[in-house]
Write a protein that binds this ligand. Structure first.
Ligand code: GLU
Length: 472
């Protein structure tokens, strides 16, 4: 039987990387076995759900390339269906009406806590007499599931047999008094109706799964196979949250992370191919993925590792492709007016140093504008060298004389001058770099000089010489 999996986000916020992680495992499992992956939007909580968030979730999954075979299905389109199923449970005595108001529930809970009793629902409405039921007839009523005595257990693909005493589970609401279903009812109904065979989700849902197993039993349906994977942790080993940095998938997009890098990175947060391979294409991931290799221990979201991996993916892109991605991300009209050939040269030289697409903006400023200041550390180190003024003047003159202004000619001009002066080439290279870029570090200077071109180079050297004059 081909597996059918799903991702079922609630549109109460952006697509969290944790949900993307779960989506990825479901997607990989379905793709690996030639099955189906379904997108279901769990928007039954009318107050907290937002259709704009559904759009963002859809956009995020598309950006990650986790395409779905069916859906998106919206649970809000199916309210009558859930109601029908809730009534079915009423009829077979697996559920009962509850007339308690939120205020009453709150008061009784408080009382129970003060008396150190269980905080579970006290089954007041299950025990109502017919006369009492009549008295409450005009109240809004919810439907609660009756938890039968005994133990609830299931085989989890990762945790093996998990069991819970039903005494620890309260008679939960399946249909709220406003007629909307609770998560557990809607989830079970839909997983059943959509023929979901495997539910892969975070460990935080283990508590729900016991309730869902009971619902499957009450309906007489076969439950899917469950796998509850560990949650992603932040660097302090608590559950990943905003405190740790960006958690929304689109934030990573905005911050210059490539979707293929994020997918690769997320895949390895709790799964391994069985060897120490780290960079894996989508096809390799599908090929290698197996639920057996999921880890029981939670993984830490290490942003440094993501950046490293992103850098590796950036290096694999052609200059053209990388430029397209940079331009798609940076809505910078100024960049768009720059000659493409010039841009490609800069992309080529910066590529090995980029870990994010946004690094292009950070590293490339001096290719577009003459430096307006020089790093002060560089000024102390290189602009105060003996003879620096005379040396830079000689460099300027040599550069002016060059017929071919290319890397080879530039490099030999500098090296020849250094040997004529009887100094190391570095004693020229560092001050030239500072003069041309304002910085003490960066890619190969000879390439920078070539890309900037003779005119800009001479102009910048002259400017630096004026600055040096003032410095004295
Ligand atoms: N809407 C739930 C969530 O976003 C779905 C959980 C599930 O996979 O069943 O956590």
């Amino acid at each position: 039987m081909k597996p059918v999996t799903r991702i079922a986000p609630s549109p109460t916020g952006f697509l969290h990387v944790g949900t993307a992680h779960t989506a990825l495992y479901n997607w990989l499992f379905a793709r690996k076995h030639g099955g189906k992956f379904i997108l279901r939007i769990e928007d039954t909580d009318i107050k907290r759900s937002d259709s704009a968030m559904s759009d963002v979730i859809i956009e995020s999954l598309k950006w990650l390339g986790l395409e779905w075979d069916e859906g998106p299905y919206f649970q809000s389109d199916k309210f009558p269906v859930y109601k029908k199923y809730a009534k079915e449970l009423l009829q077979n005595k697996s559920a009962y009406y509850c007339y308690c108001t939120p205020k009453e529930l709150e008061e009784r809970k408080k009382e129970a806590i003060s008396q150190k009793k269980t905080r579970k629902y006290d089954r007041k409405c299950f025990n109502l007499s017919d006369a009492e039921k009549k008295r409450f007839e005009n109240r809004p009523k919810a439907i609660r599931f009756f938890i039968p005595d005994g133990k609830v257990s299931f085989e989890d693909g990762l945790h093996n047999k998990v069991e819970r005493d039903s005494q620890d589970i309260e008679d939960f609401v399946i249909l709220k008094s406003d007629g909307t279903p609770s998560y557990n009812l809607a989830c079970v109904v839909d997983d059943h109706e959509l023929g979901i065979t495997n539910v892969i989700r975070g460990e935080d849902h283990l508590v729900n799964t016991f309730k869902q197993i009971l619902l499957y039993k009450a309906f007489g349906w076969k439950p899917p196979e469950f796998v509850h994977h560990p949650m992603i942790l932040g660097t302090d080993r608590s559950k990943l949250s905003k405190r740790h940095g960006a958690v929304s998938v689109l934030d990573y997009k905005k911050q210059g992370i490539l979707p293929e890098a994020l997918v690769n990175f997320l895949a390895l947060l709790g799964w391994s191919p069985g060897d120490d391979r780290e960079i894996m294409s989508r096809e390799e991931l599908i090929d290698l993925f197996s639920l057996d290799r999921l880890s029981l221990t939670a993984s830490v979201f290490d942003i440094k590792k993501l950046e490293w991996m992103n850098g590796e993916y950036i290096k694999k892109l052609s200059d053209e492709e990388l430029l397209d991605r940079i331009l798609a991300l940076t809505v910078n009209c100024q960049l768009l007016t720059v000659n493409k050939e010039y841009m490609l040269k800069i992309v080529n030289i910066l590529k090995p140093r980029m870990q994010r697409l946004t690094d292009f903006g950070k590293f490339s400023g001096y290719f577009f504008e003459d430096p307006t200041q020089y790093e002060s550390e560089g000024v102390d180190k290189y602009f105060k060298l003996p003879e620096v003024q005379r040396r830079l003047t000689l460099v300027k003159d040599r550069f002016s004389e060059l017929k071919e202004f290319n890397v080879e000619a530039i490099e030999s001009a500098i090296r020849e001058l250094a040997s004529e002066l009887g100094i190391k080439a570095a004693l020229l290279i560092h001050p030239i770099r500072l003069a041309l870029t304002g910085k003490t570090g960066g890619p190969s200077l000879f390439h920078i000089v070539e890309i900037l071109g003779k005119e800009a180079v001479i102009r910048r050297l002259k400017k630096a010489l004026l600055f040096l004059k003032e410095l004295k």
